[in-house]
Structures are given as C-alpha cells and as structure tokens.
Design a protein around this ligand. Structure first.
Ligand SMILES: [Zn+2]
Length: 163
C-alpha cells in the first residue's frame, strides 16, 4: 500500500525524477540543489500560488471588502484619490494590500476549506489545483494575523484527518 507521501508525488514526471540534480549558489551565497523531487515540487507549488495571486476571482474577493475613505489631507485640502482599505472578514481590521511604513495589516485571501499541502493532498497535483482554484464561495478576505491563525488550526486538524 502506498503512503500519502507517495500518492502525493506520483504526478512528478519520471524524466524529472531521472534528471541529475544541479547544485547552484544563490546571490546570497547559499548552496541549493535544483531538479531534486522536493525542489521540483516546491517550484510547482510556488508557481501555482503565484498564479492564484493573479486570478481575477481572487481580486473579486478583495473588491468585496474594499472601503474608500475621503478624509481631508494633512494640508486640509480635498483629496484627488480616496484612501483605500480592505476589511478583514474575521476581525474587522482595516488592511492594505501591501506592506507599508504605517504597519497596517496586509489583507490576504483565505481558503475556508483549506488547500492543504501539495505533498500530502491524497489526489496529488490535480486535487491541489482544484482546491487552490476553488469555488469563489470558498474564499474570504482576512488580515494576515487572522490568516496565519486559521492556517495553524487547519494544519492541526489536517493531521487528524489525513494521518
Ligand atoms: Zn483579522
């Protein structure tokens, strides 16, 4: 019987598994190895997550919690552009989409039914993709602290169900 780990990795092409690993030195001077199975999986996972970040359906989830404010400027003049916030669906915090000098929390998109890890998803890559690009009803905008907490509790319960 195959373990979950084997099931999760069955989608790696045999030609990739047979590829001789290539050792590289990063710009920071760290040694890393390309074309190992774990390297290949992390590249696929990272690129799929990047693709998700660009998904218009993901943007719709953010737009649904978008809030525009028009406070006077520091000089007391009317604004040309609104101050834009994204409201966390969990705690109500006012967030931005990127890091900024005022340290406002960052808004992220949470999978209510979690995507899980590529390595341990029973259906391997196909199931992982289907879980990542899910029905938008399964997505919600939350601040990074709430998202991290949710991910931690998802991981804890996943260990229970997929052991
Ligand atoms: Zn929050």
């Amino acid at each position: 019987m195959q373990s979950d780990k084997d099931m999760g990795s069955k989608w790696i092409p045999p030609a990739v598994v047979d590829t001789e690993p290539v050792v590289k030195i990063s710009k920071r001077g760290n040694r890393y190895t390309m074309w190992t199975e774990s390297w290949f999986k992390s590249q696929v996972r990272g690129n799929l997550r990047q693709l998700f970040m660009q998904w218009p359906r993901r943007k719709e989830v953010l737009d649904a919690v978008r809030l525009e404010e028009w406070p006077p400027t520091q000089a007391g003049k009317p604004r040309k552009r609104p101050v834009v916030w994204y409201i966390c669906s969990e705690c109500g915090a006012k967030c931005k989409t990127a890091e900024n000098k005022h340290n406002h929390p960052i808004i992220e998109v949470d999978h209510i039914d979690p995507v899980g890890k590529l390595d341990s998803t029973p259906g391997g890559l196909i199931e992982f993709i289907n879980r990542l690009f899910c029905d938008p009803k399964n997505l919600r905008a939350v601040c990074r602290p709430c998202h991290r907490q949710k991910t931690r509790s998802d991981r804890a319960s996943m260990k229970e169900t997929w052991r």
